[in-house]
Design a protein around this ligand. Structure first.
Ligand code: 1SD
Ligand code: ZN
Length: 243
């Protein structure tokens, strides 16, 4: 029944469509991005963010919703460029793997990255996230892959230590010009097909220990391996802001 969905066990992702019809739709997320098939689209301007560098004293709420760890964001954070309409931030969360494997949701040419951050926004022409999420242009999610790099990433260290304050600007890649764009869905039930996805081409680097810490933080079901497998593209095209 509703609310009992999970990634493994009795009602794994293959069954979501039985309780939540949209999960069996033809515009689902995540997807595999086949870079040989993306279409260069010069009108995809750099993503611009505002309000992402608030004072570190701003308290943010970190919560475990049973499927992921999510951080509620103040409504002062917004996407001000790259999308045709205005979107306001709601929360960010992470999809991780486990000590035995990577856990990004999107894949690129079949490659799955260690983890993926999602910053969820809703269109300001709607009054709330809940109202927006049922409209085709209701939501925008910014996604970036996390990979292992040479040193500790201070922005993520704070999330990993469960601290409630954090400097948001370091959570996304430095280069917000290079990205893929497509129309998709929430990657979890109810899977509403209301998300205009941006997946950045540049990754965010974390140290090996941080990736391991994340995997262990979420280890023990149901939080580990909280990623959905790639869904069929059907008639959709994936756009790229670069050649
Ligand atoms: O998985 C999240 C889910 O936890 C919830 O945050 C939902 C809407 O807020 O978004 C999905 S996702 O499509 O951003 N993965
Ligand atoms: Zn997500």
């Amino acid at each position: 029944g509703h609310s009992h969905w999970s990634y493994e066990g009795k009602y794994p992702a293959d069954y979501w469509g039985q309780d939540y019809l949209d999960c069996a739709g033809n515009m689902q997320s995540p997807i595999n991005i086949d870079t040989a098939k993306t279409i260069f689209s010069p009108q995809l301007r750099p993503i611009q963010l505002s309000g992402y560098s608030l004072p570190a004293s701003d308290r943010l709420k970190l919560k475990n919703n049973g499927h992921t760890v999510l951080l509620e964001l103040p409504e002062s954070l917004a996407i001000t460029g790259g999308y045709a309409q205005q979107y306001r931030a709601v929360q960010l969360h992470l999809h991780w793997g486990s000590p035995s494997g990577p856990g990004s949701e999107h894949t690129v040419n079949g490659h799955r990255f260690p983890a993926e951050i999602h910053v969820v926004h809703y269109n300001t022409k709607y009054n709330s996230f809940n109202e927006a999420m049922v409209h085709p242009d209701g939501l925008a999610v910014l996604g970036a892959f996390l990979e292992v790099g040479p040193r500790e990433n201070p922005y993520y260290q704070e999330i990993l230590e469960h601290l409630s304050k954090i400097q948001r600007e370091g959570l996304l890649p430095a280069n917000l010009k290079l990205y893929f764009h497509y129309n998709g869905s929430l990657t979890t039930p109810p899977c509403f097909q209301s998300v205009k996805w941006t997946v950045f081409n540049q990754t965010v680097l974390l140290s090996h220990d941080q990736v391991r810490q994340g995997n262990e933080l979420l280890a023990g079901k149901p939080l580990q391996n909280n990623y959905r497998l790639a869904q069929a593209l059907h008639r959709r095209r994936v756009l790229a802001s670069f050649q």
